[in-house]
Design a binder for this molecule. Structure first.
Ligand code: ACO
Length: 136
């Protein structure tokens, strides 16, 4: 598992989300609940999906989710999300989470990796086609 240890955050990319878990997010041993991390990953992954879908999306599947290293209260988490597939109505996003621990000593650890699929939905919560990509 040596590939989980990083010395820096991904270069040239902006995190979708940065967040710090608080004591209420931890179990009795002080480690952060997996469910809390999953919620942050779901939010981070939805952000590029909403932009690409130009509107609301719903999470239809968590295709994979790996907790590579524990997360501790006070870690500063950076969540990076990249669209890896666009279907007719669905968008699949890869999310990577890095923790900055002991921030004065700059220890950065890759803690989580996940792939989720979102479906573009309309005002009746029914699936809708992904609109064509508009060049900016
Ligand atoms: C806001 C939130 O995120 S709330 C989080 C919880 N999520 C929800 O409450 C969503 C509940 N689910 C639903 O409402 C419905 O399943 C919907 C609207 C998301 C999808 O509606 P359905 O009619 O079931 O869609 P359908 O089966 O045709 O699949 C739609 C797309 O999702 C994909 N999909 C469906 N199931 C899966 C799966 N298990 N894994 C990967 N992709 C899937 C399909 O391949 C299809 O993609 P494509 O159109 O790009 O080919």
């Amino acid at each position: 598992m040596t590939d989980t240890l990083q010395t820096s955050l991904p270069q040239g990319k902006m995190p979708q989300l940065r967040v710090m878990p608080m004591p209420a997010d931890a179990n009795v041993h002080g480690d952060v609940f997996g469910g809390w991390i999953m919620a942050q990953v779901d939010i981070a992954g939805s952000l590029p999906a909403v932009r690409r879908a130009n509107g609301r999306v719903a999470t239809v599947a968590v295709n994979s989710f790996v907790f590579k290293q524990p997360v501790f209260v006070g870690d500063l988490l950076s969540l990076y999300a990249d669209i890896v597939k666009v279907g007719n109505t669905s968008i699949t996003v890869n999310v990577e989470v890095y923790a900055e621990r002991n921030r004065l000593q700059v220890e950065i650890v890759k803690v989580t990796e996940a792939t989720l699929t979102y479906v573009a939905t309309d005002e009746n919560r029914q699936r809708r086609p992904i609109p064509p990509l508009v060049e900016e």
